[in-house]
Design a protein around this ligand. Structure first.
Ligand code: NAI
Ligand code: HPV
Length: 598
């Protein structure tokens, strides 16, 4: 039988040093640098490791003091408001995090100028249309927002605009201040009994609907993704887009600006509305074709509009829309209440500080969003998933082209009750990072994998297992199909590299390599040997390592049959040098071995 002896060491990609004794491994707080790269020069820990160096957070727009105070506890805070794009680009390379509101464009150029240092962009509000999410993802930068704290403020502003518009409050106020008394000119329309169409029945839309119902309005809503029960609970009827715009007396916009909603209200859709309709927009200016709205106002199709947001902010001083006498405007004030600004400042500061400390924010916009309770129970499995991916890919022979991988989970839960997005993302990161020259983290792992043409498949199998029922996952198996391996024993009869692991007492363990059962905790570095099953092998390998002062942290032997072949898995705290590894290779009974960094 041909004997293959090989070792593999990825010196480019140092391993994560996971310690089960760290409290971070079992709480929501992931072991650093999760979810960021393991490469020390590129991860967040770079800034936080050194006791004397705090991360730098650039605050590009006004943020309430409570948020600033929170940030100052753990970061150097640079409040530089009103930067030009060039000034922002110049500053960003020395910042670890950036916090903005809607007034700052965080473009691709900003991420390029950051030169890999910027790790988090915090949007102190909801809409993230001013952040180039694709660029953020490609550069592995986490984007978090503050999605809940300004909901009520935006809804209240929507209602303020609705009622002010209906009763000509703004125009009448200006007229009285100009010394006039025009009671006949400013006769309004009543709201009670009128139909309001809420377009976008999310957080703000629902709150507007609730308030409008209190004003005696008949409320309908259009939202392709909203659950009918939520609408029913508020006494709101969910209808099609066409029905909504055709039947409403008032239309209030609350959808995000996306490629689908861009200029969704245009000549054609205005023409299908009820003549004399009134429109309120506290969402984003871009959802309306503003020139078309001017035309619809001029020809009477739209009676009035109340706008808080504009395609370009601030709008041009001579904007026909802004100056139109049947239009009332506010300068993007939806979120501007004392309470909401306090709330978003705290919400975003907590998210940014958490991310800088290696926590996965539950308000992440470009990473798998997993509810905190799921995050908490998945924490040790997340580490297992990454390590299995990292281990599997290091077993691939250099010249073999990886086309992708399959992840198989066994769990006592029904497959649909198992949220594996985070685990899948971490397996992907584990596989992609050692074979990519790019900085890889959980944010951009999928993107980089796709760019390299790698496909990832998943299978969830329901299986009861004594002692493990109740835990979210029994085992995770990573298969890399149809590739050559540096360690032939890791290849199954089907020709796939296969590694499997479990979490025991909160610690990730490797439990299977190919078809060999082993049981080693996944920490430090790993030497895998296949040898003829005979006495004295552990002593021989242990002796060589001891002579080089290399501490063995664990050892496990799995064999097929007594006297046949055995797989020995040896955990080592230090990285053995080439000579030590070669010495192990000269032990006659050893048929093949591989050195892996976890
Ligand atoms: N003027 C201001 O100061 C503020 C403006 N906003 C804007 O309001 C928007 C909504 O905020 P939230 O309610 O907190 O967000 P949300 O995410 O809770 O709600 C947005 C809703 O729009 C729906 N939607 C998506 N595409 C749609 C489409 N094509 N047609 C109809 N509905 C669609 C979604 O399913 C979702 O239910 C934000 O995206 C933001 O742009 C939010 C806060 C303050
Ligand atoms: O939260 C949002 O989406 C808003 O539009 C609020 O914007 P602002 O933070 O006030 O610039």
């Amino acid at each position: 039988m041909a004997i293959s002896k090989a070792f593999f060491s990825s010196s480019l990609h140092p391993s994560l040093h996971y310690s089960p004794s760290r409290p971070t491994t079992v709480s929501l707080h992931f072991p650093f640098p999760f979810p960021f790269s393991a490469a020390p020069s590129r991860n967040l820990r770079l800034r936080c490791d050194a006791a004397d160096s705090k991360p730098t957070v650039l605050i590009a727009e006004k943020l309430s003091d409570s948020g600033l105070d929170l940030l100052r506890d753990s970061a150097d805070v640079d409040c530089s408001y009103g930067l030009s794009p060039d000034q922002l680009a110049a500053k960003i390379a020395s910042c670890d995090a950036l916090i903005v509101r809607s007034g700052t464009k965080v473009s691709r150029e900003v991420f390029e100028a950051a030169k890999g240092r910027l790790k988090v962009v915090g949007r102190a509000g909801v809409g993230i249309d001013n952040v180039d999410l694709q660029a953020a993802t490609e550069f592995g930068c986490l984007v978090v927002n503050a999605p809940t704290a300004n909901t009520v403020a935006a809804a209240e502003h929507g209602i303020a605009l609705l009622t002010s518009m209906a009763r000509n409050v703004a125009q009448a106020d200006a007229s009285v201040k100009a010394g006039k008394w025009q009671r006949n000119k400013y006769v309004g329309v009543s709201l009670v009994g009128k139909t309001l169409a809420v377009m976008g029945f999310g957080k703000v839309g629902s709150e507007v609907a609730r308030r409008a119902r209190g004003l005696g309005m008949h409320v309908i809503a259009h939202d392709p993704y909203a659950p009918a029960e939520r609408a029913r609970a508020l006494g709101v009827e969910l209808v099609s887009f066409d029905d909504a715009i055709a039947t409403a007396d008032f239309i209030s916009l609350h959808m995000p600006l996306t490629p689908t909603t861009d200029k969704m209200f245009n000549d054609e859709t205005f023409a299908r509305m009820k003549r004399g309709v009134r429109i309120i927009n506290v969402a984003r200016g871009g959802v309306i074709d503003e020139d078309a709205l001017v035309r619809a106002l001029d020809n009477g199709q739209v009676a009035q509009a109340a706008l808080d947001v504009f395609t370009e902010e601030p709008p041009a001083k001579d904007s026909k829309l802004v100056l139109h006498e049947r239009v009332i405007v506010t300068p993007h004030l939806g979120a501007s209440t004392v309470e909401a600004q306090e709330g978003v400042a705290i919400e975003i500061a907590e998210a940014v500080v958490g991310a800088l400390n290696g926590e996965l924010a539950s308000t992440a916009v470009n990473a798998p969003m997993v509810p905190p309770e799921v995050l908490s129970e998945l924490a040790p499995y997340v580490i297992l998933a990454e390590k299995l991916g990292r281990l599997a890919v290091q077993l691939v022979a250099g010249e073999s082209g990886i086309k992708g991988a399959k992840v198989v989970y066994t769990s006592s839960r029904d497959p649909e009750d198992l949220d594996t997005r985070l685990l899948r993302a971490m397996v992907t990161k584990g596989i992609v990072e050692p074979i990519s020259s790019s900085f890889v983290n959980i944010i951009n792992a999928d993107y980089i994998a796709k760019q390299r043409g790698l496909n990832f498949a998943e299978e969830r199998i329901k299986r009861e297992q004594n002692g493990l029922n109740g835990t979210p996952v029994n085992s995770i198996q990573v298969q890399i199909p149809h590739v050559g391996s540096l360690f032939a024993s890791a290849v199954t009869d089907a020709g796939d590299i296969q590694v499997e692991g479990k979490v025991r007492d909160g610690v990730p363990h490797l439990t299977k390599i190919g078809s060999y059962a082993v049981d080693v905790s996944l920490e430090g570095n790993l030497i895998l040997c296949r040898q003829v099953d005979q006495p004295g092998m552990i002593g021989k390998v242990g002796g060589i390592l001891a002579s080089q002062n290399i501490n063995v942290s664990f050892m496990s032997v799995g064999r097929t049959f007594r006297g046949k072949q055995a797989i020995m898995a040896i955990g080592v705290d230090e990285e053995p040098n080439k000579e030590t590894l070669e010495k192990i290779g000269t032990i006659p009974a050893i048929e093949e071995f591989v050195f892996l960094k976890l």
